[in-house]
Write a protein that binds this ligand. Structure first.
Ligand code: 13P
Length: 253
C-alpha cells in the first residue's frame, strides 16, 4: 500500500480554546513527520480556530446532521462543518450510535450528506463485548457497514473506515493483532465487493480503541491497518505524535 499512514485524533467532548496550544504543537510536529497524514477532530466549537492554526494537519468534525439546514436544535450540517474549516467528518461512532440513538440507516444518510458537501468521511464500526464473546464480530461488522455505506460511485475515494471494537474504547484493552487483522480483512473484502477491486483497495481502514504510543507500532504493523483513530491519547501532543512516529516506523519496515 503506497498510502501514508493516517493518524486521526478524536478529541470527543474535550477542549476549550486553551487546547489550541496543543493543536499548534501537533501541527508543528506533523511538519517534521511528513510520512504520516495527521488529522484532528476537535469539538465543533474549535473547528474554525484549529483550522486557522493548522498548516499541515487536517481538521474535521465529529458528527454532522443528514439535512442541509432546518429546525434541528443543537445540530450542525455537513456544509456548516465545511464552512468552519472541516475537511472530513467522523460518522457512526459508537458513542453516537449508543448515546444518541443513531442507526445504520441514519448513519448512511449522514455519509451521503457529508460526501455531498465534499467532506471526506471516517465511518466507524465495531462490535460490543457481548458480540465478541459470541464470536460473531465478523458478521456483525460486515452487516453494520453494509447497512451504513452508500453505493455512490465516488464514495470510495473520500472514505476511510475505522474499526473500533466498543469494548476497547477508553478501557486500556486492545484487540489482538490477529483479531484486528481478521476484521480488517473482512472489511476489505466487503469494500472490494461494493466498490470493485481498484477502488475497494484504496479505501483506508484504520483501527481505534486504546491506541497509545506504547502499543502503536505493533498495531500499525498488522496487515490492512492503515492508521489509527485515537481518543484519549490524542489530547496531548506528545502522546499523539508518539503514535504518529510509531506509525511512521511501522510503515517503513
Ligand atoms: P480511546 O483511544 O480513548 O480508546 O478512544 C478511541 C475512540 O473512540 C476514538 O474514536
Amino acid at each position: 500500500m503506497a498510502q501514508r499512514p493516517y493518524i486521526v485524533g478524536n478529541w470527543k467532548m474535550n477542549g476549550t480554546r486553551a487546547m489550541l496550544s496543543e493543536a499548534r504543537a501537533i501541527d508543528r510536529a506533523a511538519q517534521r513527520l511528513m510520512k504520516v497524514e495527521v488529522a484532528i477532530a476537535p469539538p465543533a466549537t474549535l473547528i474554525h480556530a484549529v483550522h486557522k492554526e493548522a498548516d499541515q494537519i487536517w481538521v474535521g468534525a465529529q458528527d454532522c446532521h443528514q439535512s442541509e439546514s432546518g429546525a434541528y436544535t443543537g445540530d450542525i450540517s455537513a456544509a456548516m462543518a465545511a464552512d468552519a474549516g472541516a475537511k472530513f467528518v467522523i460518522l457512526g461512532h459508537s458513542e453516537r450510535r449508543g448515546g444518541h440513538g443513531e442507526t445504520d440507516a441514519s448513519v448512511k444518510k449522514k455519509v451521503q450528506a457529508a460526501l455531498g458537501a465534499s467532506l471526506a468521511v471516517i465511518l466507524c464500526c465495531g462490535e460490543s463485548e457481548d458480540v465478541r464473546d459470541k464470536g460473531k464480530e465478523l458478521a456483525f461488522v460486515t452487516k453494520q457497514l453494509s447497512a451504513s455505506l452508500p453505493k455512490m460511485g465516488n464514495a470510495a475515494e473520500k472514505l476511510t473506515i475505522a474499526y473500533e471494537p466498543i469494548w476497547a474504547i477508553g478501557t486500556g484493552k486492545t484487540a489482538t493483532p490477529d483479531d484486528i487483522g481478521a476484521v480488517h480483512a473482512a472489511i476489505r473484502k466487503l469494500l472490494v465487493d461494493l466498490y470493485g477491486a481498484e477502488q475497494g483497495a484504496e479505501v483506508r481502514i484504520i483501527y481505534g480503541g486504546s491506541v497509545k504510543p506504547e502499543n502503536a507500532r505493533e498495531l500499525m504493523s498488522v496487515p490492512e491497518v492503515g492508521g489509527a483513530l485515537v481518543g484519549g491519547a490524542s489530547l496531548a501532543a506528545d502522546s499523539f505524535m508518539g503514535i504518529a512516529a510509531a506509525a511512521a516506523d511501522a510503515f517503513e519496515e
